[in-house]
Write a protein that binds this ligand. Structure first.
Ligand SMILES: Nc1ncnc2c1ncn2[C@@H]1O[C@H](COP(=O)(O)OP(=O)(O)OP(=O)(O)O)[C@@H](O)[C@H]1O
Ligand SMILES: [Mg+2]
Length: 274
C-alpha cells in the first residue's frame, strides 16, 4: 500500500453508499439486515439515520466505519474504500456506550489515539487541553472515567473521537442512555462543534425530535429488510437554539417524519420510534 500523506486526503469528505446489501448468517438463520441501500452525504452535512429497532442503522454505520463488509454494493468515503479512509484517519466513531479505559485519566483517554500514532507528549497535551475545553471538561482532566457521570463520559468519548481531527464523525445513538437535560445540552455542543469545525456527521438515532433538531437531512429507514424509506431535508434555520424546539416549524417537521412511520405501520408493524 502506498504511504499516506496529507496531500492524498481530500479536504471535502463525503459518503457514497451505493446499492448496499448486508446478509448475516446462512440457511434458515439468514437475516437480510440491509437491502439495496443507496444515499450520498455531502461534506459539512449533518445527516441522521432514523428508524425502528433492528432496521439496520448500526449495520450501516459499521459499514461506513470499516467494521463490516457489505454482502454486495459499495461504500466510499471521499472516493476511498472505508479501510483506506480509516487508515487515513478520515473518521472518528462514537458508540452508544462510551467505552473508555477506566485505568486512564480523562486526559489520557482523549490522548490515546494520538499516543498510538507516536505524537509528541507536548502536542498530545495541547490537543487534549483544547478538546477538553471544547466539551467543557477541563476541570475533570485528571479524573478517572468512573468518577464521571454518564453524560460526562460520553463527552470524553466525543473528545477522543475528535483527537485526530477527522473530517467525519460517525455516531451510533450516543445520547440514548442520557437524561433529557444532559441530552439537550450535548446536542447543542455537537451543533457547536459542527459550526466551529465544519465536520461531516453521520448520526444514528431512533428519536425523531433529536434527528430533526440536529440534522440537515434525515434518512428514514424501514425494517425487515432495512431499506431507505425516504430522505428529508430539514428546512429549519442553520443556527439552532433550544427555542427552536418550541416553534411550529419544528413540530411540523416532526409530524412529517412521524407520518412516515404511520405509513410503515399500516404496511407492516409498529416501529419503536419516539
Ligand atoms: N453480527 C450479526 N449477526 C447476525 N445478525 C445481525 C448482526 N448484526 C446485526 N444483525 C441483524 O441485523 C438487523 C439489523 O441490526 P442493527 O443492529 O443494524 O439494527 P439497528 O437499526 O441498529 O437496531 P437498534 O435501534 O436496536 O440498535 C437485525 O435484524 C439484527 O438482528
Ligand atoms: Mg443499533
Amino acid at each position: 500500500m502506498s504511504s499516506i500523506s496529507s496531500a492524498t486526503v481530500p479536504e471535502a469528505c463525503h459518503i457514497d453508499v451505493d446499492h448496499v446489501s448486508v446478509v448475516f448468517g446462512t440457511g434458515t438463520q439468514q437475516v437480510t439486515a440491509l437491502s439495496d441501500v443507496t444515499f450520498q452525504i455531502q461534506s459539512n452535512e449533518f445527516v441522521s439515520l432514523l428508524g425502528p429497532s433492528g432496521c439496520g442503522k448500526s449495520t450501516l454505520l459499521r459499514l461506513v466505519g470499516d467494521l463490516l463488509q457489505p454482502t454486495s454494493g459499495n461504500v466510499r468515503i471521499a472516493g476511498q474504500e472505508p479501510e483506506r479512509a480509516r487508515l487515513q484517519r478520515q473518521f472518528g466513531i462514537v458508540f452508544q456506550t462510551p467505552a473508555l479505559f477506566d485505568w486512564r485519566t480523562v486526559r489520557h483517554n482523549v490522548e490515546l489515539p494520538l499516543e498510538l500514532l507516536g505524537t509528541r507528549r507536548k502536542e498530545c497535551r495541547r490537543i487534549s487541553s483544547e478538546l477538553l475545553e471544547m466539551v467543557g471538561l477541563t476541570r475533570f482532566a485528571d479524573h478517572y472515567p468512573w468518577q464521571l457521570s454518564g453524560g460526562m463520559q460520553q463527552r470524553v468519548s466525543i473528545a477522543r473521537a475528535l483527537a485526530l481531527d477527522p473530517p467525519l464523525l460517525l455516531m451510533d445513538e450516543p445520547f440514548s442512555a442520557l437524561d433529557e437535560f444532559t441530552k439537550e445540552k450535548l446536542q447543542l455542543e455537537l451543533l457547536e462543534i459542527k459550526r466551529s469545525t465544519g465536520k461531516t456527521f453521520l448520526f444514528v438515532t431512533h428519536s425523531i425530535p433529536e434527528a430533526v433538531f440536529l440534522s440537515d437531512r434525515i434518512i428514514v429507514l424501514s425494517a425487515h429488510p432495512g431499506q431507505v424509506h425516504s430522505i428529508h431535508s430539514v428546512n429549519l434555520p442553520s443556527d439552532r437554539h433550544s427555542e427552536l424546539r418550541e416553534t411550529e416549524a419544528f413540530y411540523h417537521m416532526i409530524t412529517t417524519i412521524r407520518n412516515c412511520f404511520y405509513e410503515e405501520r399500516d404496511e407492516s408493524h409498529v416501529p419503536e420510534v419516539l
